[in-house]
Design a protein around this ligand. Structure first.
Ligand SMILES: [Zn+2]
Ligand SMILES: [Zn+2]
Length: 413
């Protein structure tokens, strides 16, 4: 240890400026790192030290990650900066970031304008390394999660009701590829990176006993399925179905089984039948073998569709019971959105179909607490933070081959 005194001085200064930064966990990594970024390779240890220095000086936060530079699955290493840590903000060192299927669509511009370079990622789990002076929800060393949103107006009816994703003033700031109206309109950058800065209000508390390497996908796949299951009051003894058995679908299965429902699964191949049975799924149907389920009319109390490609929604609607409900949470490209034909709209036995988009901050917190307390986690495959690993993972997600979620270990950056 060459320069113990200056290290101590740095720690002291950081603590003074950001208040409460002197947590053991956050500062552990400072030991032995060179704070002069120009002279060192920006690996995760050096970045952490540099970031704490930037916080103490009120500067923009240097970030290193992976970006798409065009509508292709060819992400490359990319360095950029984030807005400074404000009085109500926290700095999170990202430990794990999930690869959501919608990241693939967003990279290609399927969900609207894509701004490059784009750092995707809205399934984020990490540890708080600095807090602004007004922050009360987090302290340094806490686990924190970030999902699809980082801010909203906070004043409209939707925001006040905890539905920040539907902000009526159109000020929902999504975690990446989104116009941050609260920071000069800069484009937000997501979780395939070493850190993120956001308002404490939009960060989710993650219990310290969580299996942190499996938490990230809960922040999108978890809440996206948990929320409608809750809205539709799925309960013990009901017959329910999950259409599309991928990252979202397998979470829907786990939540509904934990609630005591009898779960059926529809997918396009037989590849995941075994995994489904292991999770407790009662019936597994391959939609390419329609004979296997031609008798399923008025069968289900609830269906959740997580399908991200073109599909026949009328087929599923007919499987709902009287007053049954179907939630649509999968996000196909705009061109492939499902549509109801006229007959199923009128002769539909009061079957209800609704769309559900992620979930507000409150229900996201509820989902995290429920998941950790009930030991419900996604099945993940952890990959290293390299562009070749990430691009390989994209190819496999596109083909529906992953069982069930890739998580990037950002500590290997
Ligand atoms: Zn997502
Ligand atoms: Zn609002």
């Amino acid at each position: 240890m060459k320069n113990n005194n200056s290290r101590r001085k740095f720690i002291k200064d950081s603590a003074k400026v950001v208040g409460g930064i002197a947590g053991g966990m956050a500062l552990a990594g400072v030991a032995g790192t060179n704070l002069n970024a120009n002279q060192t390779k920006l690996d995760s240890k050096n970045l952490r030290a540099l970031n704490l220095q930037e916080v103490s000086e009120g500067k923009r936060i240097t970030s290193s990650g992976f970006a798409a530079f065009g509508p292709k699955y060819e992400l490359k290493a990319h360095s950029f900066t984030r807005h400074p840590v404000g009085d109500n903000d926290i700095l999170i060192e990202i430990l794990y970031a999930g690869i959501c299927h919608s990241d693939l669509h967003t990279v290609l511009g399927d969900h609207g304008e894509a701004k490059y370079p784009m750092v995707p990622g809205h399934e984020i789990a990490g540890v708080v390394t600095a807090v602004g002076k007004n922050v009360s929800k987090f302290k340094v060393g806490d686990y924190a999660g970030v999902g699809c949103m980082v801010n909203s107006c906070g004043e409209c009816e939707m925001c006040k009701n905890g539905e920040q994703q539907f902000c009526q003033n159109a000020k929902t700031v999504f975690t990446y590829n989104s116009n941050d109206v609260f920071h000069g309109g800069e484009n937000t950058m997501g979780g395939y990176s070493n850190n993120i800065v956001l308002s404490e209000k939009f960060a989710i508390k993650v219990p310290q006993n969580a299996k942190i390497e499996r938490v990230a996908p809960l922040l999108c796949a978890g809440v996206t399925t948990f929320a409608p299951i809750k809205y539709s009051k799925v309960k013990r003894g009901q017959k329910v179905a999950v259409a599309g058995f991928g990252g979202l679908g397998h979470m829907a299965v786990k939540y509904m089984i934990s609630l005591g429902a009898e779960v059926s699964v529809f997918d396009t191949t037989d590849d995941k039948r075994k995994a489904a049975q292991k999770m407790g799924v009662k019936r597994y149907f391959n939609v390419n073998k329609p004979k296997d389920f031609e008798n399923l009319s008025s069968e289900f109390d609830f269906i959740i569709s997580t399908i991200p490609y073109k599909y026949d929604i009328n087929m599923y609607q007919k499987m709902l019971k009287l007053d049954g409900e179907m939630a649509i949470v999968g996000l196909p490209s705009h061109a492939d959105n499902p549509s109801l034909d006229g007959n199923t709209t009128i002769w539909n036995f009061r079957r209800k179909i609704y769309s559900s988009l992620i979930g507000g901050v409150e229900i996201t917190q509820e989902m995290i607490d429920y998941s950790i307390a009930n030991n419900i986690y996604p099945d993940v495959e952890v990959i290293k933070a390299t562009s070749s690993e990430i691009n390989k993972a994209y190819q496999r997600v596109a083909k529906g081959e992953v069982q069930f979620r890739y998580v990037i270990d950002m500590k290997t950056l």
